[in-house]
Write a protein that binds this ligand. Sequence first.
Ligand SMILES: C[S@@+](CC[C@H](N)C(=O)[O-])C[C@H]1O[C@@H](n2cnc3c(N)ncnc32)[C@H](O)[C@@H]1O
Length: 319
Amino acid sequence: MSKSESHLDVRTTLKQGLAQLREAHVPSFTLAAELLLLYVLGRDRTWLYAHPEEQLSTADADRFLKLIARRANGEPSQHLTGKQEFWGLEFEVTPDVLIPRPETEHLIEVALDRLALRELRSGRKQTFTGEGLQIADIGTGSGCIAIAMAKELPGATIYASDISAAALAVANRNATRHSVSDRIHFVESNLLDGLTAMRAANSTVSAVGTQREHRSRLLDLIVSNPPYIGRRESEMLMREVRDHEPEIALYGGEEGYELYADLVTQSAAHLKPGGIFVLELGHNSLPAVQPLLDAPNWTNVAVTNDLAGIPRVLAAERL
Ligand SMILES: C[S@@+](CC[C@H](N)C(=O)[O-])C[C@H]1O[C@@H](n2cnc3c(N)ncnc32)[C@H](O)[C@@H]1O
């Protein structure tokens, strides 16, 4: 082995990468360096530790060190690898969408629990496929919530809205990747504005003879992780978030909670009696949002904390 080649073994290259990330104060720098090397080599972690002496090609080492430099400069690892896992599924992510966060999985857990409880109460069948359910995901971004719900509930139809056409393009690709694109209808819309027309076009439900309000109240479940960070908090965000994730996905307004009022009002107009509403909350949104779910429209309001003990999910049932 020549001297120049000896620089290019797995262990040395990895060490070099993680030293650069440490110096740049990148959080979890060891994990980040490993992830980028695995991505470049197309290997898994077991391989990495079983082959520390393996020689890298100059091209792979160069590619890795370029990614390290970008990561050190603040780009999130997910933008470099183009993917993030959520609910056990791999999602394409680009700078046009929010990177799915683990705490958002609580939203899905709460939604599935509430639906199961509703089935139990109504004495319907044990195996729950969500047959006939109409669900909406508002602010779908990468599509992670809508797609996870579609996988869990193969009998459900899902409407997913976003105000960003660029995000919807990513969500569409993710739905195709996970073979659920035939059951998710994506709509470019401000909150639920675009849903009425789209549902009317797709719905097989006859509403003849019902009152006007009830004609539009056909959804069984609405889930949403809206933008909820306050612009006044932007300086406190990590640079990976502030400088690289889309502003439209992050900020709900100056305070952060501004979108919730319209979201609650519109959801009340679209949910069936007994329909379920599940919202993700910002770390300090609860006091502003919970009062929006007071009677007479809502019942069974409950808050679920995330693993850090932060009130993260607010759920309610439409009367
Ligand atoms: C916090 S991100 C959530 C993305 C994804 N649902 C998730 O959980 O990872 C909020 C999403 O809402 C979208 N959005 C922002 N304002 C909106 C509005 N007024 N109507 C619809 N979508 C909106 C953004 O484009 C973004 O994709």
